[in-house]
Design a protein around this ligand. Sequence first.
Ligand code: FAD
Length: 469
Amino acid sequence: MARDYDVVILGGGTGGYVAAIRASQLGLKTAIVEKNKLGGTCLHAGCIPTKALLRSAEVYVQSKKALDFGVEVNDVKVNFEQVQKRKSNVVEQLYKGVQHLMKKGEIDVYDGFGRIMGPSIFSPMPGTISVEMNDGTENEMLVPKNVIVATGSRPRHLDGLKVDGKKVFTSDEFLTIEQLPKSVIIIGGGVIGVEWASMLVDFDVDVTILELGDRLLPTEDDAISAEMLKSLKKRGVNVHLNVKLDPSAIDVQDNVSLQLDETEISAEALLLSVGRIANTKNIGLENTEIEVENGFISVNDNFQTKESHIYAIGDVIGGMQLAHVASHEGILAVEHIANRNSTPLHYANIARGVYSNPEVASVGLTEQQAKDNGYNVITKTFPFKAIGKAIVYGETEGFVKVIADENTNDLVGVHLIGPHATDLISEAALGLFLNASPWELGQMVHLHPSLSEIIGEAALAIEGKAIHF
Ligand code: FAD
């Protein structure tokens, strides 16, 4: 039997399930098709489990420093079984929340693999979704007026190197390890590689990062990359930049070994973090006019594909592959379907974060991008060591860098590295969203003592009026 819907969403990750909730709020009859678990990568293999592990690593590091704070904690050890258990509990709690929200919104959830069909007896237009049900029951046929493709992405592998989940891992398999290896080689020094490196070294694992480019975190400002390199090296991480590897020359035996110039590098495990591939295969795109460019589905500003009733959002369209971007794109796609006017998405105003120790967060252009875009760049940095609350916390590593245009006095970018950077960045993101100038950020009176004073001070520094540095 075919079932009619206003919207069917293919993929129940952060993008898909949030789109479903918004669709239900707008009174659209909505279904979501998920082959695995609602919540997708972010909830089950990305944002949430990695942050839960990072938090355990942070508590371990803090406990070792407890005596500095006058607290005697004896025999601090990592119980990795409990670390993993806590991570799973955090994920489970949030997973239940998402399931509850689907019920509350009266959203039909189909557990199975969905494919887009071409014109058929069900509809003269492509877009009927055939669902191969996980429980083996007969395929469901969903006939929607609109489709949102939100099938996400998966880890990229390297030709010639088999991911076996025993010695060679991607983030997906590494999340479920039962014991910490003594040593790990991480290929890729981007966001995911740096988060894992930071967590593992904090858990006393011997870590080596091999990065193809000439710096870590290549999408961040140069100053942030340099500070992260300094921090990781200080904590004992071996970082090799400009490394061109032949993956097929990596020897996987009891240990994983490779030759780097004259030196042999060896570790108990290898973690690949070399980017992500959009899930565009086997979902029936060939039955439509939908275009795929550089591996990602092409969309217009309203997230419509070449088939105007089929939208695509999230990691599958590329760009900023982040959970909050996917969910916001989902909301905007649904609002377009429902003929609602919504504020267009300006990607330049969206904050991004790295949840390492220290944290990194940024919004807007890097100094180099600002120069390349013709801004008359003025930058100021302000260190956490001059912020009272950072000293109180004992967390004085890092700084904020504010970038402005000297001609217009516009705020162009804000880059943070240091304690609670991923929470502090929202003020800067709001500043960019509201087109604020550094002067306006500096005039706002910041709570004292608070870490947020660093944004006000750096903004004032642009005009040479910083107080505490
Ligand atoms: P996904 O979350 O990948 O969801 C897609 C869903 O579609 C999946 O559940 C999949 O099973 C399902 N699916 C695919 N094909 C079909 C089909 N044919 N039929 C049915 N179902 C299908 N982002 C952040 O913003 N902050 C972070 O801290 C962060 N940390 C990360 C850490 C790691 C280790 C990783 C890997 C990613 C991280 N990300 C983070 C990125 C974030 O997870 C993604 O940007 C986000 O999950 C994208 O959401 P999505 O809905 O587009 O896709």
